[in-house]
Ligand binder design. Structure first.
Ligand SMILES: Nc1nc2c(ncn2[C@@H]2O[C@H](COP(=O)(O)OP(=O)(O)O)[C@@H](O)[C@H]2O)c(=O)[nH]1
Ligand SMILES: [Mg+2]
Length: 378
């Protein structure tokens, strides 16, 4: 990704313009409030459906784990309790994924179930079905709808269907998918025509996974959207790009908070900003791209962050005589009367923002370089 390309990304520029507009009123208090909103937003995702459909496997995958990894939730077991199990995200402390108890008892009562799991604490529900959706799934969806919470239908284990049906019945993959879609529609008829996302939890990069994520994101607030995309596993190049854009958007309030917080001057560091905020943000960004790779993959990572983000790397970065401050940033910032065309704040802000964006771009390139080589980036 070239620098020009980054600076001209319309989402990032729109974000910058939004901030500039809000500065007109109270720039400094807004800066910290907006930064906090991004940093401390919480997200609660509920995963529900009948027993055996792949709920726990999906929860593990969203947390970047396979069923065999340490810390993974148990799979392939019969679920007996009425309690949802809360799983923390490994790197994002305010993101929780809830593994719901199976709904498949013969006299299942959707309302009672939702009450038992405190339905109103979730941002959205994912109802997973394998083979087909059942009466219980429909009942549950109707009850969630009544409570005005968002829900999505996900048909799991598509890899299995494609494998079996292309081999045995000589169907093409497309024919198999279309057959599954039809049968899902049939079982959900009484709900209108809800969209069903076909996925394989073992191959997230395939089928409807990205469409599904876009749908979740589109119905969330900007901050929750950011938390969602940042928390998802690095399952494709497309996901790396999405993460990159979300991080650059979050870099806007971070840069402003960094240079409006009382800065302790650091010898040799030319930018007037709080290095702790910068380091924290870059460290967080680093973990958004996954785990640290094995030593042999690190040679493919060309950025200054190949060995991780520490205070020395960040200080050195900030001491680099600053490259050209993005022209577009300057142009937008000059519109704010309070900033004026000179002054320390606009320079510190656009420089800090440029540094963060260059940092994210370097991490993005590293993540792409090691993606698909058998290991997760970072
Ligand atoms: N082939 C395939 N198997 C899956 C998938 N998701 C889950 N499974 C398997 O389905 C079984 C039940 O999964 P589990 O997550 O325990 O289901 P739960 O009872 O709904 O929590 C396990 O053997 C999983 O390995 C998938 O996408 N593809
Ligand atoms: Mg389970």
């Amino acid at each position: 990704m070239s620098e020009e390309h980054i600076y001209e990304d319309p989402d990032i520029l729109r974000e910058l313009e939004d901030y500039v507009n809000s500065f007109q009123h109270n720039p400094l208090s807004n800066a910290n409030k907006k930064y906090d909103e991004f940093e401390n937003v919480t997200l609660n995702i509920a995963i529900t459906g009948e027993s055996g459909v792949g709920k726990s496997t999906f929860v593990n995958a969203i947390r970047g784990l396979t069923n065999e990894d340490d810390g993974a939730g148990e799979t392939g077991v019969t679920e007996t309790t009425m309690k949802a199990i809360r799983y923390n995200h490994p790197t994002m402390p305010n993101v929780y994924i809830w593994d719901f108890p199976g709904i498949g008892t013969p006299n299942f009562k959707a309302k009672k179930y939702l009450k038992a799991v405190h339905f109103d604490s979730y941002d959205f529900f994912i109802i997973i079905g394998s083979l087909r959706f059942t009466e219980n799934d429909v009942m549950l969806a109707k009850a969630i709808k009544k409570m005005k919470r968002p829900f999505y239908f996900v048909r799991s284990k598509i890899d299995q269907d494609v494998h079996n049906e292309t081999a045995k019945k000589k169907l093409t993959e497309e024919q198999v998918l279309s057959k599954i879609r039809q049968s899902c529609e049939e079982s959900l008829k009484s709900l209108g025509n809800p969209k069903v996302f076909l996925i394989s939890t073992f191959e997230l990069e395939k089928y409807d996974f990205h469409d599904m994520i876009d749908s979740f994101a589109n119905n969330l607030s900007k901050h929750k959207q950011s938390a969602l995309i940042r928390s998802l596993p690095v399952c494709s190049l497309k996901m790396i790009e999405k993460k990159s854009i979300q991080l650059m958007i979050a870099a806007v309030p971070t840069a402003l908070a960094a240079c409006t917080t009382v800065a302790i001057p650091i010898p040799g560091v030319s930018v007037g900003c709080e290095i702790g905020i910068m380091q924290g943000f870059l460290q967080g960004s680093f973990s958004v791209f996954g785990h640290k790779p094995e030593v042999e993959l690190r040679s493919m990572m060309k950025s200054r962050f190949a060995e991780g983000v520490n205070v020395d790397v960040v200080a050195k970065m900030m001491a680099t005589p600053i490259m050209v401050v993005a022209k577009t940033f300057e142009a937008i910032l000059c519109c704010v009367p309070l900033f004026g065309t000179a002054g320390a704040l606009p320079i510190a802000f656009s420089t800090t923002l440029s540094l963060l964006i260059v940092g994210i771009a370097e991490m993005t390139e590293d993540a792409k370089a090691v993606y698909g080589r058998g290991l997760q980036p970072f």
